[in-house]
Ligand binder design. Structure first.
Ligand SMILES: [Cu+2]
Length: 338
C-alpha cells in the first residue's frame, strides 16, 4: 500500500500527475481512498463476525438489553471526528492554493462555445489548443459564449466551469513538456463528447517561437487553405458539413453566391460581406429553418482568418465562378501608419 502511495507516476485510477497540484491532490485522494478501504474491511469483517458469534442459538436465547458505555461512544465519535478534520484542513489548503494564482502568473483567456475551445493570449494570438510554457504559473480566465461548459485537464488535476456572462478563474503550473488532453466535463449538447482539445506544454524557448508564429500563422498560406484550417480547427465543422447535408447549421457546399432566405422572410445573396457578418454577428440574419445557435466569433477570429473562410467557401461553391485569392493580403500591403 505504501509503495502505491509513494509512486507518483503509476497512480491507481488517476493518470500521472503533471502539474504542481498533483502532489497534494493525489495525496489527499489516496488518503481518503485507503482510509475508506480500511474502514470498509474492518466494519464488514466485524459485522460478519458478530452475526455468527452472537446469533440466536435456541428460541429461549434472549439477549440482555443494551447497556450504556461511555468509552464505546467516545470511541466511535472521536476518531471519525479527527479523521474528518484532517480531510477538511488538507482539502481546504489544496482548495485555497488552487483558487489563488501566484502574482505575475501568465494570463490566458479561455472561451468555451458549442463545441470548441478558444484561447486568447495577451500578445494578441488566438488558438483552439492551449499552448503554455513549462514551469510557469498560468492563470486562466474562463467564460462561455452559450451554455455552461467545463475545462478539465486530468493530468493537471484542474477543473473549472466556463459559465456564460461570467468569469471564472483557475490556474496551474505544468511540470513536464508534452501534450495533454483537455475535456469539456459539463454536458453541453449534441457534440459534447467531441469537445476535446489539447494542452501543449513547451519549453520556454519553444513557447516564444510558437507564440510569434501563432500571431500570424496564416502568413505564407493560401487563403483557401487558411479557411479550411479554420473550418477544422475552430469548431465550424461541428455544425457545418461540406457534403450538402445540413447539420445544426447549413452545409457549406454551394453556399457562396447562393440566395439565402432568412427566418424574417427576407433574402440576400451570400457575398463576402454576408459571410463576414455571419461569422462575427451570427444572430443578425438567421437562415430560415435553423435555430440561432451559432456562437459569435467576434474577437476570437482575426480578419485574415475570415478572409480565409470566404475564399474557402468560394472554392467549394458552384455558384461562384470568379477568381479565388492566391496570396493572403499581408501587413506589407496595409497603408503605412502615420
Ligand atoms: Cu462543452
Amino acid at each position: 500500500m505504501l509503495a502505491i502511495l509513494a509512486q507518483t507516476d503509476k497512480t491507481l485510477f488517476l493518470p500521472p500527475g503533471r502539474s504542481t497540484f498533483a502532489g497534494t491532490h493525489d495525496g489527499l485522494y489516496n488518503f481518503v481512498l485507503w482510509m475508506s478501504v480500511f474502514w470498509l474491511v474492518l466494519i464488514a469483517g466485524l459485522l460478519v463476525y458478530f452475526v455468527i458469534k452472537y446469533r440466536r442459538k435456541s428460541p429461549h436465547d434472549v439477549p440482555e438489553g443494551p447497556t450504556h458505555s461511555t468509552a464505546i461512544e467516545l470511541g466511535w465519535t472521536l476518531p471519525p471526528l479527527i479523521l474528518v478534520m484532517i480531510i477538511f484542513v488538507w482539502g481546504f489548503r489544496g482548495f485555497r492554493d488552487m483558487n489563488q494564482a501566484p502574482n505575475g502568473a501568465y494570463q490566458v483567456i479561455v472561451n468555451a462555445s458549442k463545441w470548441n475551445w478558444s484561447f486568447t493570449y495577451g500578445e494578441g494570438a488566438n488558438a483552439s489548443q492551449l499552448h503554455v510554457p513549462v514551469d510557469t504559473p498560468i492563470s486562466l480566465v474562463l467564460t462561455s459564449s452559450d451554455v455552461i461548459h467545463s475545462f478539465f485537464v486530468p493530468e493537471f488535476r484542474v477543473k473549472k466551469d466556463a459559465v456564460p456572462g461570467r468569469y471564472n478563474k483557475a490556474w496551474f503550473q505544468a511540470t513536464q513538456v508534452g501534450e495533454y488532453n483537455l475535456f469539456c466535463t459539463e454536458y453541453c449538447g449534441k457534440s459534447h463528447s467531441q469537445m476535446i482539445s489539447k494542452v501543449v506544454v513547451h519549453t520556454k524557448e519553444d513557447y516564444a517561437v510558437w507564440l510569434e508564429k501563432q500571431m500570424r500563422w496564416w502568413e505564407g498560406e493560401k487563403p483557401a487553405d487558411v479557411g479550411m484550417k479554420v473550418y477544422t480547427q475552430r469548431g465550424c465543422k461541428q455544425c457545418h458539413s461540406l457534403d450538402g447535408v445540413d447539420g445544426d447549421g447549413p452545409s457549406w457546399k454551394d453556399l457562396f453566391g447562393s440566395t439565402r432566405s432568412f427566418a424574417d422572410g427576407t433574402t440576400r445573396v451570400a457575398d463576402e460581406d454576408y459571410i463576414r457578418e455571419s461569422i462575427l454577428n451570427p444572430g443578425s440574419q438567421v437562415v430560415a429553418g435553423f435555430d440561432n445557435v451559432m456562437p459569435t466569433f467576434q474577437g476570437q477570429i482575426k480578419d485574415p482568418e475570415v478572409t480565409g473562410v470566404i475564399e474557402y467557401l468560394k472554392s467549394i461553391s458552384t455558384h461562384y465562378e470568379g477568381a479565388v485569392l492566391e496570396v493572403m493580403p499581408g501587413a506589407a500591403e496595409a497603408p503605412p501608419a502615420e
